[in-house]
Design a protein around this ligand. Structure first.
Ligand code: PMP
Length: 431
């Protein structure tokens, strides 16, 4: 496969952009390649600058649950753009969007739109601290909640992949209030609460961890977090930036029937544009400015174009519930296909899955926490990635990320990805 034009763009990019990319994992550093630069996307496929076509399982890291450039979402978009893309004054689309989200999520009475998942979690923490009058927060090792200072402690995603889970530049003073517990380990949370009696404002968790690969919650884990936080007067924050509108239309909270106090959203709700949101119980959200005194603002928050795209996406998901069944069917097929290869090749690998979220770990399972996933063979994963790319399939360029399936992926795409995996894994495990 030729990548001459991508390489040329990359050389130019490195002159002006740190590492040539605007988000670290895009540089393909951990898989030992130069990045491919994307020209366009349609359905389940992307086309790179050299004209190579790939089946895409990155799907913008989650937003594109309906695939690339769906006509039914884009329909009428020109008219929306011509009306103006930002006013800094309220529009009715924001209200429609807020209503859609509140009607979908059991734990959401009111919601505030922001521009990214990072903004959502950062604002949610501020609110939880203001509401409880406490400073400490609990996060879980391997969970990623964006690049807000106090949450960049033992973080997953690119931070984990690039070996900087706790980044320089974050003052000790800021992270002294961040307590890190073990995912799926209720006793570590109980212990943190007893050691910090009356001091913990909130527990923030990815209800299905999607930033250390995919690690589903153990039976009862989320329920325990709900019970413990309630007992200690702390806020339970579900970071549903990935799981929101992906696991089900009611998101993880609807699926697991555990209601958080505050929910963070991003990705899917923007329909491919930069959108995040945080919201929750009316009593808590009433503290947000200008209704209350907790300040949080945004020049482009709720901008009409982004709201339109998000609204169209959510309406489609609401009105076409078969989307979830179809994605899950493909996820189950992918899981079965990969498991068959693992058996046939007798390799140390395992597949995790939660509804439509899937991950192939190149290490022995079970995968229930950060300690488990970091034992995976990232060098073999890099080789697997490279072989897949060569065969026209883009999987996440890092072991500690899940595959993103969309409604646009066909059964043939899945069958092809399984076949390509069979060949690629055989090569990756050749020695
Ligand atoms: N929370 C979770 C669970 C995420 O997966 C991410 C991004 N991958 C974020 C927060 C941060 O979102 P953003 O990149 O939009 O700032």
């Amino acid at each position: 496969m030729e990548h001459g034009r991508s390489k040329k763009i990359y050389e130019e990019a490195k002159k002006y952009i740190p590492g040539g990319v605007n988000s670290p994992v895009r540089a393909f550093k951990s898989v030992g390649l130069d990045p491919v630069f994307i020209e366009s996307g349609k359905g389940s496929r992307v086309l790179d600058a050299d004209g190579n076509s790939y089946i895409d399982f990155v799907c913008s890291w989650g937003p594109l649950i309906l695939g690339h450039s769906p006509e039914y979402i884009y329909d009428g978009i020109e008219e929306i753009i011509r009306k103006g893309t930002s006013f800094g004054l309220p529009t009715e689309t924001e209200v429609k969007m807020a209503r859609l989200i509140c009607e979908a999520l059991p734990g959401m009475d009111m919601v505030r739109m922001v521009n990214s998942g990072t903004e959502a979690t950062m604002s949610a923490l501020r609110l939880a601290r203001a509401y409880t009058g406490r400073d400490k927060i609990i996060k879980f090792e391997g969970c990623y909640h964006g690049h807000c200072d106090s949450l960049l402690v033992k973080a997953g995603s690119g931070a984990l992949t690039l070996g900087v889970p706790t980044t320089p530049g974050v003052p000790q003073d800021v992270i002294k209030d961040t307590i890190v517990c073990r995912y799926n380990d209720t006793s570590s949370v109980e212990a943190a609460f007893s050691e910090n009696a009356g001091g913990i404002a909130a527990v923030i968790v990815e209800p299905v961890a999607g930033n250390m690969g995919v690690v589903p919650p153990r039976e009862g884990f989320l329920e325990s977090l709900r019970e413990i936080t309630k007992r200690h007067g702390a806020i339970l924050i579900f970071d549903e930036v990935i799981t929101g509108f992906r696991l089900s239309y009611g998101s993880a909270q609807g699926l697991f029937k555990v209601e958080p106090d505050i929910t963070c959203l991003g990705k899917i709700i923007g329909g491919g544009l930069p959108v995040g949101a945080y919201g929750g119980k009316r009593e808590i959200m009433s503290m947000v400015s200008p209704l209350g005194s907790v300040y949080q603002a945004g020049t482009l928050s709720g901008n009409p174009l982004a709201m339109h795209m998000g609204m169209k996406t959510l309406e489609y998901l609401r009105d076409n519930p078969q989307v979830y069944g179809s994605i899950e069917d493909n996820a189950v097929r992918l899981e079965a296909g990969l498991n068959a290869i693992i058996d046939e090749l007798s390799i140390d690998a395992c597949v995790t899955r939660a509804k439509g979220m899937v991950c192939l770990f190149l290490g022995k399972g079970p995968m229930e926490s950060h300690d488990d996933v970091i034992r995976c063979d990232t060098a073999r994963y890099a080789s697997y990635f490279r072989e897949m790319l060569e065969r026209g399939v883009i999987i996440p360029p890092a072991q500690f990320e899940g595959w993103f399936l969309s409604y646009a992926h066909t059964r043939e795409d899945i069958e092809y990805a399984i076949k390509a995996s069979r060949e690629s894994l055989e090569i990756a495990f050749a020695d």
